[in-house]
Write a protein that binds this ligand. Structure first.
Ligand code: PMP
Length: 403
């Protein structure tokens, strides 16, 4: 069955043919994927790509990592979705509490949206207050309180949100003052990774300022580590900044592609966490938890995070050298392992679309509007192929500009 045939069938039975972040990101992209191994993926038409999207973040050690898949097979032989969680839930909670500095306890769910939503619910239960501050334009999931599209959302869904600008402490102070005694939490991502925009690393003074604001107000500092968690640091992504949140939301990379999310919290929020009713039919499945234990072990044993950082630097240096050689003005932002490239003056992402479409033809799967993800499985050969593809992609952008 070809991609085209599958798209036709999908259009009849799936609204819009596909939806959410997995709707193909542009012309020339395959919609349906068949397989993955290491840093390579194959679409249903048999095309092979070096994967720089990593399933939008979950795949951190590479597709079908042997130790993770062995743990998955072992747990699947015993059971997955049962009347109670497997013993692995305790192993995983202990491992996360040992691994993440601010965490005294762990709870589990399926998706990042579950985790960010739970953090807000727990913060409200603990503080008895309503208002949550979020950075304008930040993505925290697809529930009505946080989805970026207005369709189907009521004003009431957003009534208890206040807004600040990332890295601008004065705006957070103003929003906190406006919330007054009703401030339950400030929700923040480890760095600014809003889709389609240049990324911005956090200013440590801003992180410290948010911590101080929460402490002064008796509110929760919530770190949304869903996208960054265990890609930048084997702990919370703000440990290197020296700031600990009260609650943190995790998903994506924690189980190397297996469906799992986690909320981690400190003892000050344990009571609230105990009182909320949060659950889901699949939240306690043992297989993804076994995958998470194996993933965290492999991240440590294989020194995967420093490896991704090093590969990310090679990728950045290679791409920036190519941009210079094609005389194209670009901005390359974010941590080396989670980079994003924009072209000067390319507001509507037209050049980004030309660039990524040509890279795709050259065998590199990038995204025109979303940050990229380096996996620990990327070899020197993968990187060389990737850079050959991006060089051709810069050539296509040059040609497009002069046409
Ligand atoms: N927060 C952040 C920072 C994210 O990147 C995402 C997913 N892109 C989410 C929350 C929501 O996660 P999920 O799609 O698993 O619900």
């Amino acid at each position: 069955m070809t991609d085209q045939e599958l798209r036709e069938r999908a259009r009849a039975v799936i609204p819009g043919g596909m939806y959410g972040h997995q709707a193909a990101p542009g012309a020339g992209y395959p919609q349906f994927m068949r397989a993955g191994r290491g840093a390579r993926v194959w679409d249903v038409d048999g095309n092979e790509y070096v994967d720089l999207m990593c399933s939008y973040g979950p795949v951190v050690l590479g597709h079908r990592h042997p130790a993770v898949e062995a743990a998955v097979a072992e747990q699947a032989r015993l059971g997955d979705c049962q009347n109670g969680p497997g013993p692995v839930v305790v192993d995983l909670a202990e491992l996360l509490v040992r691994t993440v500095r601010h965490a005294d306890w762990a709870m589990f769910a399926k998706n990042g949206t579950d985790a960010t939503t739970m953090c807000c619910t727990i913060a409200r239960a603990q503080t008895g207050r309503n208002k949550i501050l979020v950075a304008r334009g930040a993505y925290h999931g697809s529930a009505p309180w946080c989805t970026p599209r207005p369709a189907g959302v009521t004003p009431e869904d957003r009534a208890n949100l206040g807004y600040y600008t990332f890295n601008d402490l004065a705006t957070a102070q103003e929003a906190a003052a406006l919330a007054g005694h009703d401030l339950a939490a400030i929700l923040v991502s480890p760095f600014k990774h809003d889709a389609g925009f240049d990324q911005e690393l956090v200013d440590p003074a801003f992180a410290r300022g948010l911590r101080a604001l929460c402490d002064a107000a008796g509110a929760a500092l919530i770190l949304d580590d869903v996208r960054c968690g265990f890609r930048l640091h084997l702990g919370s992504s703000w440990e290197p900044v020296g700031i600990d949140p009260d609650l943190s939301a995790w998903s994506k990379a924690i189980a190397n592609g297996h469906p799992l999310a986690a909320v981690l919290g400190n003892d000050a929020f344990r009571d609230g966490a105990q009182r909320v009713f949060v659950t889901g039919s699949f939240w306690f499945s043992a297989v993804p938890m076994a995958a998470a234990v194996a993933t965290i072990g492999a991240l440590r044993d294989e020194q995967a995070i420093p490896a991704m950082h090093r590969t990310g630097i090679q990728l950045r240096d290679g791409i920036l050298a190519q941009a210079r050689s094609w005389d194209l003005a670009v901005t390359y932002t974010g941590p080396p392992a989670m980079p994003y490239l924009t072209f000067a003056g390319d507001q509507d992402h037209e050049l980004a679309a030309v660039f990524t479409a040509q890279a795709l033809r050259g065998g590199a799967y990038l995204h025109p509007r979303h940050n990229w993800f380096v996996s620990a499985a990327m070899t020197g050969d993968d990187l060389a192929l990737l850079l050959t593809a991006t060089d051709q992609a810069f050539a296509a952008v040059r040609k497009h500009r002069s046409d």
